[in-house]
Design a protein around this ligand. Structure first.
Ligand code: KG4
Ligand code: ZN
Length: 356
């Protein structure tokens, strides 16, 4: 019997029972991660190998270095996830893998590895969207959370306000017109002389400053739409620092960091709370790497609760890239009949992920 028939047959049986032990693999950017997830929300293991020290000296992710390092670490990271979960390959019922969006070379390492594994073990294969994975991080941390709800995805490559209509159905309510939130953090951190990745370093510096010390423009973000923009804010910070430098004036880096973070967070919190209310939702969730920012979480929680919305955020370890969230999203895709075949390819862009 061919692989396709065996995998489809096994997937149908898993759908019928609602039970699945999923091995998930994530390699879309600079983390090599593997996890074993039972029945969608029970994380038996989550192994994350980060390449951050490798890219630090370049001030950002170098795609080719990332791909090569994934190749090196996929096998040991998967082995670690299996050991931590106390199981082996023969216990698994499906393989989930991030298929996009992300760096194409990095994605292809995980996708190829997962395809090889699925074929050798004759297991169903599920290509998972990375953004759906970030959203699913909330299901792991909040066992009571079910769609529909509104979700702000704020990561290094994406900033979207989405309506999560169902586990595998998403509608775009608003998005950045230019830089993603994490990208803005990283770029401003760089001009402040902070190391990569800029987000956590800027957050630490921002604890020491005054959020109202420097007035930064709201610009496009003062408008009524759920879309937002961070390039104006980023440019304002860069100009401010350059002008001060040219005039020989002292600027408090901490005040700049805090004022920038305050401006960006206010925009994200206000826009997503308004979008959730306009969509008639009573729940608002946050996810993506920037959800590791405690000031953002606090502001979102306060604004959401003041507007009568319940607020959800992933546990800290599931905010940035990990494979547990991919295992969770993969489980719901599997239950929804979204099986991939061995022609699965990496896709760098977010095409066909949500309805506009
Ligand atoms: O989700 P993620 O791990 O990877 C992508 O899918 O992009 O997000 C990484 C991004 C980076 O831009 C990083 O600077 C940002 O999340 N980030 C933070 C914090 N921790 C990570 N941004 C602000 N504050 C943080 N504490
Ligand atoms: Zn991510």
């Amino acid at each position: 019997m061919s692989y396709d028939i065996i995998a489809a047959d096994k997937a149908a049986k898993l759908r019928e029972s609602g039970e699945a032990l999923v091995l998930a693999i994530e390699s879309s950017c600079d983390e090599t991660a593997a996890a074993v997830v039972k029945n969608g929300r029970q994380v038996l293991s989550s192994a994350v190998y980060t390449q951050i020290p490798l890219h630090k000296k370049y001030g950002g992710v170098v795609p080719e270095i990332a791909s090569r390092d994934h190749v090196k670490h996929l096998t040991p990271t998967v082995a670690q996830a299996l050991t931590d979960a106390g199981c082996d390959f023969s216990d698994l019922s499906a393989i989930a893998v991030t298929a996009g969006p992300g760096l194409i070379g990095a994605l292809l390492t995980g996708v190829s590895y997962a395809k090889g594994l699925a074929l050798a073990l004759e297991l169903p294969l599920i290509g998972v969207n990375h953004i759906a994975g970030h959203i699913a991080a909330n299901y792991i941390s909040h066992l009571d959370l079910r769609p529909p709800f509104c979700c702000l995805v704020a990561s290094g490559g994406h900033s979207h306000i989405l309506l999560v209509e169902d586990y595998c159905q998403f509608r775009l309510l608003g998005a950045t017109r230019d830089d993603a939130a994490g990208e803005a953090f990283d770029k401003v951190a760089r001009v402040l002389g902070l190391p990569y990745p800029g987000g956590p370093a800027l957050e630490a510096l921002a604890r020491e400053g005054d959020p109202h010390a420097i007035q930064l423009p709201l610009g496009f973000n003062a408008g009524p739409t759920a879309d937002f923009s961070f390039s104006g804010l980023k440019t304002a910070v860069i100009n401010l620092l350059h002008n001060a430098e040219q005039k020989g004036e002292a600027t408090s880096r901490a005040d700049v960091a805090t004022s920038f973070q305050y401006n960006l967070i206010s925009v994200l919190a206000n826009k997503s709370v308004r979008a959730a209310k306009d969509a008639g939702m009573d729940k608002l969730a946050l996810c993506g790497g920037v959800s590791a920012n405690r000031a953002l979480c606090a502001a979102m929680k306060d604004s959401a609760e003041a507007a009568g919305l319940s607020f959800y955020q992933p546990e800290f370890r599931y905010c940035t890239d990990n494979a547990a969230m991919i295992g969770c999203a993969g489980y719901y895709a599997l239950m929804n009949g979204q099986l991939s075949d061995l022609s699965l390819n990496g896709v760098a862009t977010k095409e066909n992920f949500f309805r506009e």
